[in-house]
Design a protein around this ligand. Sequence first.
Ligand SMILES: *Cc1c(COP(=O)(O)O)cnc(C)c1O
Length: 374
Amino acid sequence: MIPFNKPYLTGKEAHYLYQAVLSGKISGDGIFTKKCHQFFENRYDFKKVLLTTSCTDALEMAAILINIQPGDEIIAPSYTFVSTVNAFVLRGAKIVFVDSEATTPNIDVNLIENLITDRTKAIVPVHYAGVACDMDFIMDIAKRHNLFVIEDAAQAIESYHKNRPLGGIGHLAAFSFHETKNVIAGEGGLLAINDDRFLNRAEVIREKGTNRSQFFRGEVDKYGWVDVGSSFLPSDIIAAFLYAQLENIDIIQQKRKKIWRWYYDELITLEKFGVRLPFIPDYATNNAHMFYLICNNIEERSRLIAKLKEQGILSVFHYLSLHKSPYYIDKHDGRRLPNADNYSDCLLRLPFYFELEDSDIQTITQLIKEFYSK
Ligand SMILES: *Cc1c(COP(=O)(O)O)cnc(C)c1O
């Protein structure tokens, strides 16, 4: 049996959990939260980061920070996870969905500018599979139209656009440590704040609308309710687990890149059957978040999934285009988004986790090659 995903433990997780528990302080913003914050601020030079309970929550914080009001418009790809846009819908925003590129599932930046109106507030690019969107292009549009850019960097840890770390380019960015990502904490996320204007308010929103963080630093002599907010901070137990992972990020990434390369080298021959493999633009890096194939059609993909499953191998598709989702189909303006639909129908993700070995990849890729050669 080869599962689709298997959470990897680096070895120190239980030890740090134990330490966190023994420290006597396991609510948010304890010792391990601080260690995680430092890790991100040092390694990626993000101005400020705040751990959150999920990437979804980090995106909801972003929606509050940019003051989304009912009727505001958000430009985002349709081929993405629900949370990318749900965070803004919760505050009354209308989502203007954009098609994917033909070459990658990322937002087609050439389509953005025509969709901007007086109500447009932000662009929310998603770095699909950890591969950068064309951020120079997006930041240029945002600057000219005075829009915010919020990167959904859920899959993008350790990945770069040219030489800049993803999550450090937009005004705000959200990362995920869900157990299916490269670096995990079960559930967990991070908000990266790259614009000074949001520094203080982000802390307040994360602490139920109070200025508790300032109080603990001794900057105010009492704390109280100063803004809206919610409880977006994770327990230090989550941070303890995450820190063990972060300490081993180089080992994790080295292995994942190997796995990705094994898949690629074995499957590149499938291009003669019309199957497409991931494409990495020259401004982007590959953080080996996932490996996918793009089949010729949905029927072929279903048969391939079934064939792999017969042999105990779990491959999955995901993201049904959001503009066609039961919740949004009536709210979408009717534009066709053919590339997003194509990825919904044809993209297939193969098993991807740290403990996959060369022999597993051989088994999986042999079956896929047999499937196509028949
Ligand atoms: C995983 C993921 C999310 C959600 O992350 P959570 O931490 O589970 O909230 C959001 N967007 C994208 C693109 C994702 O892959």
